[in-house]
Design a protein around this ligand. Structure first.
Ligand code: FE2
Ligand code: FE2
Length: 143
């Protein structure tokens, strides 16, 4: 299920960011850079998978309202780059300020995906599977 897989990735990214933020606040910059680097890597890979597997399936579905979600992915990528630069030059207070806005954007974004996009995608994929008569999760569906 898209919902279970991608929702778990949201939680994993959230906790990586929280750890990175704690390291910045605690002054452990080496650890903060490592954790934030991991956070960026996982967030970017998560978005790439969404674009490939979720957005591509929902492209033709007007009700999905993909345009604002795609735009948010652009904003997220730009913010991640900006925050990585801030961390690299040691501007920690600006980093933490941007971090607050970033997390608000992420929470709203993830909520839209979890409440609308993933359930819709799971439903459409189950319908596709039913039409094709393929086996999903041990249950053989036929047309
Ligand atoms: Fe997303
Ligand atoms: Fe997501």
């Amino acid at each position: 299920m898209i919902m279970d897989e991608f929702k778990a990735e949201h939680r994993q990214c959230d906790s990586l960011y929280a750890e990175a933020e704690r390291a910045v606040v605690g002054g452990d910059i080496e650890r903060a850079e490592k954790l934030f680097g991991q956070f960026v890597e996982e967030t970017v890979s998560h978005m790439e998978h969404e674009e490939l597997r979720v957005f591509s399936r929902l492209e033709a579905e007007e009700q999905a309202g993909l345009d604002p979600i795609r735009f948010e992915h652009m904003q997220i990528r730009a913010l991640l780059e900006k925050m990585q630069q801030l961390l690299a030059v040691g501007d920690f207070s600006t980093f933490l300020g941007w971090g607050e806005s970033f997390m608000i954007l992420m929470q709203q974004h993830n909520m839209k995906e979890e409440q609308l996009l993933y359930p819709l995608c799971d439903r459409l994929m189950a319908e596709d599977a039913e039409k094709d008569g393929i086996e999903i999760e041990g249950c053989c569906l036929r047309p």
